[in-house]
Design a protein around this ligand. Structure first.
Ligand code: ME8
Length: 518
């Protein structure tokens, strides 16, 4: 069996409509899955919806629906949004799915039986937005820092997961595995949380049913339901086929959780300690990206600046959006989504640079070489052609190294060095002029062969990020391989195009976009 690669997005709360923050994480997951698949792994992608908890009960009540009906409706909207823009998962987990419920109960029972659970009286301030009791550091002027709402004072019996017992183990695990939580700033942030345990303590994992009935019942006490985060995190096991899918062990061994920084604590502290208590290995990577703001402001319903995947697909084309956001966000840091910057990025890189390279090369091949990949002429291969070939090999190797460190924006930058160099070769050799000169045919054939190779290698390297466009480019340039079947790095070796293979011109791959007038 081939090596596995398993990547997850968070499972999204159904109290909000799908927006570009959710879509960005999915685009990263989809790109990583495609990249690893091209590197020979068998990729597995999981997303889903997080449907239990008070927050959902509140949202359902506001919509005048029962929580189950409300969740069905919004969960379907997430699915439809992903279908519309071509993002697919191997499993879409709903926390209301029967197999997930069974897994949550099995893990609860296991940690309970192993002595990790204790019933305690809890007295504290609860934020429904966070779905947890707050500590002093979570408060600013008496309000939750994240949700800006005044928390409720609550006193109730809760079961606690004795998470703090595993903090020593967790600290050591993080120290021994420098790329467990990445980029490093989030690893450091996690270690800082662990140093100051007063902000952490143990984790309340139940809610009395008289307060909240919408949840998974504790197998050892039917008067309580499971806390929504304990339930939601287990979706990552459900999505991988836990416990008995034959693919589960290999997937779990190679799991990468993609999240934004807002949910670092549950993923870097709750989840590994929960797994530890249940006797399951921690995830290989928790990879954390920053937050998108829109035109300098936090996205929020009240500001009316929440963009849906549909909105951006209409404005930029979904692949244009996907490329521009992956290129503009330095993975791990916050970024500002500005319409003017996205338009500029798409026009400069995709329309002017790549689109132009493909269209002028293939039009020249059609006009000067009868629409077939030309045979290069040995005597016409000079140092510019050799440099382009060497650059292609260098970029292939650099892409591997950059992707291993999750430097997606730099990976894309690197690939475009090749595109720029191919355009420069075309300008330098000017085959349209050479064709008119005696003996110019060798220059025409050699130059166009080289730019076609550069286009093919670019399409392979970029294929994980822009799958539809690159699939089309490969087919137009007469490549023998499809994107789905291609393997890196082997297929990206220079010289795989077969002279005589038919090429095809077509509509603009990336039409230029107009900036807004206002
Ligand atoms: O937290 N910029 O779900 P959620 C970038 N159900 N990414 C953003 C973003 C933004 N402005 N806004 C949202 C939950 N995201 C839990 C998760 S997992 C077991 C349970 C993305 O619907 C980003 O991935 O609030 C972030 O971590 C996630 O949506 C939060 O989604």
């Amino acid at each position: 069996m081939s090596r596995a690669y398993y990547v997850t997005t968070p499972i999204y709360y159904v109290n909000a409509e799908p927006h570009i923050g959710h879509a960005y994480t999915f685009c990263v997951a989809d790109s990583l899955a495609r990249f690893h698949q091209m590197r020979g792994a068998s990729s597995w992608v999981v997303t889903g919806t997080d449907e239990h908890g008070e927050k959902i009960v509140e949202a359902a009540a506001a919509a005048g629906l029962a929580p189950s009906e409300f969740s069905d409706r919004v969960s379907a909207r997430f699915r439809a949004a992903w279908d519309e823009v071509g993002l697919t998962a191997n499993r879409f987990v709903r926390t209301t799915d029967a197999d997930h419920r069974r897994n949550v109960q099995a893990i609860l029972q296991r940690v309970h039986d192993e002595g990790w659970v204790e019933l305690r009286e809890y007295d504290g301030l609860y934020c429904v937005g966070c779905e947890r009791f707050l500590t002093d550091r979570d408060l600013l002027d008496g309000r939750c820092r994240d949700h800006e709402r005044v928390p409720e004072k609550r006193r109730e019996s809760n079961y606690f997961f004795l998470m703090s017992r595993a903090f020593g183990w967790l600290r050591e695990h993080i120290e021994r595995h420098p790329d467990f939580i990445r980029p490093a700033r989030y690893r450091n942030e996690t270690l800082a949380m662990l140093r100051d345990e007063s902000g952490l303590g143990d984790l309340s994992i139940s809610r009395p049913k008289h307060r909240l009935a919408w949840g998974i019942e504790l197998p050892f006490d039917p008067d309580h339901v499971c806390y929504v985060w304990f339930d939601a995190l287990i979706s990552y096991l459900t999505g991988a086929g836990y416990p008995d899918d034959p693919g589960f062990p290999a997937r779990w061994d190679a799991v990468e959780h993609l999240i934004a920084k807002d949910i670092l604590k549950p993923h870097a502290i709750f989840w590994p300690t929960m797994l530890h208590a249940a006797g399951i290995a921690p995830p290989r990577h928790v990879s954390v990206h920053g937050y998108w703001n829109v035109e300098g402001r936090k996205m929020s319903k009240s500001l009316g600046n929440v963009l849906s995947p549909h909105d951006v697909a209409t404005r930029y084309g979904f692949e244009g959006f996907r490329y521009a956001t992956l290129r503009e966000m330095s993975f791990g840091l916050d970024a500002d989504l500005r319409d003017a910057a996205l338009i500029e990025r798409i026009n400069a890189d995709l329309a002017n640079n790549l689109g132009n390279l493909v269209s002028r090369t293939l039009r020249l091949v059609e006009r000067l070489c009868g629409g077939r990949i030309p045979e290069p002429a040995r005597e016409a291969i000079g140092s510019p052609e050799r440099e382009l070939e060497a650059l292609a090999a260098e970029v292939v190797a650099r892409v591997d190294a950059l992707m291993a460190g999750l430097e997606i924006h730099r990976t894309l930058e690197e690939i475009f060095r090749l595109v720029g160099a191919a355009n420069r070769l075309l300008d330098l050799r000017a085959p349209w002029k050479a064709a008119k000169e005696p003996g110019g045919d060798a220059v025409v054939r050699t130059t166009l062969h080289a730019t076609c190779e550069a286009i093919r290698v670019t399409a392979l390297l970029l294929g994980a990020f822009l799958p539809a466009a690159c699939g089309e480019i490969l087919s137009r340039v007469g490549a023998a391989e499809t994107l789905e079947a291609a393997r890196l790095p082997d297929d990206a070796a220079w010289g795989r195009l077969v002279p005589g293979a038919p090429t095809r011109t077509g509509d603009a791959l990336f039409p230029r976009l107009e900036a807004r007038k206002d």
